[in-house]
Write a protein that binds this ligand. Structure first.
Ligand code: ATP
Length: 317
C-alpha cells in the first residue's frame, strides 16, 4: 500500500535535477500600513496587513552550468539581469546557505509592474528561493526559506507565505491572519511610471518633520474584524495606508485616479504600499469588471485589471 504523501511533499515536488521547475508568485497589497518611527538601522517600524492577490510573476528554473537569468514581460530590456537582480541575489543566497554551486538557468515572466508598490521584486526573490530549493533538492522548510527571505528584503518572507498576514518589525516578521475563507475582489490601476520606495519614505519623513498631517494608521484591529465579517463595505471603510499622503504629494494625479471609479461606487480606493498602483475593492466579480472599464476609459492609468485575494505565496506549479 502506498503511504499518503504529507502536505509539504505535495506542495513542493522533488523534481531536483530533472527540472524544469516552474514557480508562480503573487503580488501583494497592504490593506493596512502603519509606518512608525525611523529606526537606528535606517528602516521604519511597520505594522501592516499584507494580502496576496492573483497577479502573478512566473519563474522557471532549469539545470545549468552557471547562474543565468533571462526575462520577458514588464520591465524587460530595462531591469538589469546581473547581480543586482533580486532573483540572482536570492539564488546565490540559497546556494551559499546550502553549500552548493549556484548553477541554474532561470527565466522570469513578469506581469507585476516594476516599482509599482506591489513588491514585484520581492515576489521574484521569493520565487527564486522556492524554485532553486526544488531544483537543487535542498529540501529547506518553509520557515527556513522565510528566514533566508528576510535577509533579501522586508516583503520577501510574506511572498513565500502568501494569504493574508500581519507584518511587524520592518515587515519581515509575518504571521497568518486567521479569518474564515472568503474571496475578495479587487481592481488594480497601474500607472505609466513607477515610484521609488525610498523617495516615498523620505517624503513621509519630511512631512512628519514639518508637521504636515496625513492619516496615521492605528492598530489594525478594526480591519481584522472586518476581514472576519466578510462584508466588503465594512472592509472598505477600514483600509488605511500611511504612505498614501507622501505618494500623492510626489504624484498628485493619483488623487484623480483614486476618485475615478466613484461613478460605479468602488467601495474603497487606496494607494498600494508606496504606490503608484491604486487598489479598489469591489462588491463582486461583475462590479470589479465595471471598475476596470471606468478606469480604462478615464485615461488616468496605463491599464487596470481585476484580481482576487487572498492567494497562496510562491508555489511550484
Ligand atoms: P516595494 O513595494 O517592495 O518597495 P515595488 O513594488 O515598489 O517594491 P519592485 O518592483 O519590487 O518595487 O522594485 C523595486 C526596485 O528593485 C526596482 O527599482 C528594481 O530596480 C529593483 N529590482 C531588482 N530585482 C528586481 C526584480 N526581479 N523585479 C523588480 N524589481 C527588481
Amino acid at each position: 500500500m502506498t503511504e499518503p504523501l504529507d502536505e509539504a511533499e505535495v506542495e513542493r515536488p522533488r523534481l531536483g535535477r530533472l527540472g524544469p521547475v516552474r514557480v508562480r508568485v503573487p503580488a501583494k497589497i497592504n490593506l493596512h500600513l502603519r509606518v512608525g518611527d525611523l529606526r537606528a538601522d535606517g528602516y521604519h517600524e511597520l505594522n501592516t496587513v499584507y494580502h496576496a492577490v492573483s497577479l502573478y510573476d512566473e519563474l522557471t528554473a532549469r539545470p545549468g552550468d552557471t547562474l543565468a537569468l533571462t526575462m520577458e514581460g514588464e520591465g524587460a530590456g530595462h531591469l538589469p539581469l546581473d547581480e543586482s537582480n533580486l532573483v540572482v541575489r536570492a539564488a546565490r543566497l540559497l546556494a551559499e546557505h546550502t553549500g552548493r554551486p549556484p548553477h541554474a538557468r532561470l527565466h522570469l515572466r513578469k506581469n507585476i509592474p516594476i516599482a509599482g508598490g506591489l513588491a514585484g521584486g520581492s515576489a521574484d526573490a521569493a520565487a527564486a528561493l522556492v524554485a532553486c530549493d526544488a531544483l537543487w533538492n535542498t529540501g529547506l522548510s518553509r520557515d527556513r526559506l522565510a528566514d533566508l527571505a528576510a535577509d533579501i528584503g522586508s516583503d520577501v518572507p510574506f511572498l513565500v507565505l502568501g494569504g493574508t498576514a500581519l507584518g511587524t518589525g520592518r515587515g519581515e516578521r509575518v504571521s497568518p491572519v486567521l479569518a474564515p475563507h472568503h474571496t475578495w475582489h479587487w481592481v488594480l490601476a497601474f500607472a505609466e511610471e513607477g515610484l521609488s520606495t525610498p523617495a516615498v519614505y523620505a517624503e513621509l519623513d519630511h512631512r512628519r518633520a514639518n508637521g504636515i498631517a496625513d492619516t496615521v494608521a492605528g492598530e489594525p484591529d478594526t480591519l481584522l474584524a472586518a476581514l472576519r465579517q466578510r462584508d466588503p463595505e465594512i472592509l472598505a471603510a477600514t483600509l488605511v495606508n500611511d504612505l498614501q499622503g507622501p505618494a500623492i504629494a510626489l504624484r498628485p494625479e493619483l488623487m484623480r485616479t483614486l476618485m475615478a471609479p466613484d461613478e460605479v461606487e468602488a467601495l474603497g480606493g487606496i494607494v498600494s504600499g508606496s504606490g503608484p498602483t491604486c487598489v479598489f475593492l469591489a462588491a463582486d466579480a461583475r462590479h470589479a469588471a465595471e471598475i476596470v472599464a471606468v478606469l480604462e476609459r478615464s485615461g488616468l492609468c496605463r491599464t487596470a485589471c481585476a484580481v482576487t485575494g487572498p492567494v497562496p505565496g510562491a508555489r511550484v506549479v
